[in-house]
Each structure stands twice: as structure tokens, then as C-alpha cells.
Ligand binder design. Structure first.
Ligand code: ADP
Ligand code: MG
Length: 153
């Protein structure tokens, strides 16, 4: 998926759009030298976790994906064509010091080309976000409509 902006009309729409991003990521990962990092921007309730759920589903995650707010990070094994890949979901909302994230193995997680890394509240850890990220910004337009912008770096 190139740099683009889409409007979604429902949570289901947003999940489907995340599925499209997943497809594009799969092709990119073949020759990748590091993980795929996706930073999710947007206010509380915008739809970041909803987007993460759509991405996880498209990648064959079978369990429930919630915001790992209290755990900070959750790892999911992927299945189907994504077998052998891992999805890491970070929620940095409560992070006070980037060291908390570094201590979870951040550098090692990022360096593995078999990993997809999703980060909610990336601003909290701006100093350890590498240049190769993809930004996904979710903007709430009204109760059910969201503008979702993609920017690849
Ligand atoms: P965040 O993780 O950004 O705090 P959540 O994904 O947890 O936000 O919550 C978004 C809420 O907005 C959910 O209750 C979801 O059902 C609702 N919603 C309504 N319309 C949309 C839409 N178009 N896209 C995403 N979420 C939507
Ligand atoms: Mg969330």
C-alpha cells in the first residue's frame, strides 16, 4: 500500500483496511533485513486497537487481540501463510521511560525480519523508533467515520 488516505465508515471497514496493509507487508517481508514496524497514531478511542485487530486477524492470529495497556507488550504467533512470523503489539500509553521498552528486548525484536511490530502511542518512545517505520494515523471524523492515513518511510 502506497502513501494514501482512506475513509472508513465502521470498525469492520477499518479492520478490512488493516487487512490490505497486511497483504502489502507480506510482499515486502520477503527480502527484508529487519522487522516491519507500524506506528499507530491517534487519540484515545480513534481506532488504533481496532486497526491492530484487523491486522492480526489477516495474519492468522486466532486468539483475542486487546490493547495490551497493562502488559505494554503482547506477542502473537501467526498462522496460514504467515506461519513462522510473529506479531508484537506494544501499547506505550503508560510508558514513562523508554528503558521499559528496551528491557522487553526492543532492539532484538526490531532486528528480526520475521517480526511485525505494532506500536500504539509511539510518541512515548520517539527516541527509539527507527527511520524505516510505517505511520498509520487514525483520525475520528464522527461517531463511525475515521480518516486513516498511511505513510511509509
Ligand atoms: P484506540 O485503540 O485508538 O484507543 P479502539 O480501537 O480501542 O481505539 O476503539 C475505537 C472505538 O471506535 C471502538 O469502539 C470501535 O468499535 C469504534 N469505531 C466506530 N467506527 C469506527 C471506525 N470507522 N474505525 C474504527 N473504530 C471505529
Ligand atoms: Mg488502543
Amino acid at each position: 500500500m502506497e502513501n494514501s488516505k482512506k475513509i472508513t465508515e465502521s470498525a469492520e471497514d477499518t479492520k478490512a483496511l488493516a487487512g490490505e496493509l497486511a497483504e502489502g507487508l507480506f510482499d515486502r517481508m520477503e527480502n527484508a533485513e529487519h522487522s516491519q514496524l507500524i506506528c499507530l497514531w491517534g487519540d484515545l478511542g480513534a481506532g488504533k486497537t481496532t486497526f491492530a485487530q484487523g491486522l492480526a486477524k489477516a495474519m492468522g492470529v486466532r486468539g483475542v487481540v486487546n490493547s495490551p495497556t497493562f502488559l505494554i507488550m503482547k506477542k502473537y504467533d501467526l498462522s496460514g501463510m504467515w506461519k513462522g512470523y510473529n506479531l508484537f503489539h506494544f501499547d506505550c500509553y503508560r510508558v514513562r521511560d523508554v528503558q521499559e521498552i528496551i528491557d522487553l528486548g526492543w532492539e532484538e525484536i526490531l532486528s528480526d525480519p520475521k517480526n511485525i511490530v505494532l506500536v500504539e502511542w509511539p510518541l512515548k518512545i520517539a527516541e527509539i523508533i527507527p527511520a524505516y517505520k510505517t505511520d498509520v494515523e487514525v483520525l475520528s471524523l464522527d461517531e463511525d467515520r475515521r480518516e486513516i492515513a498511511f505513510k511509509h518511510f
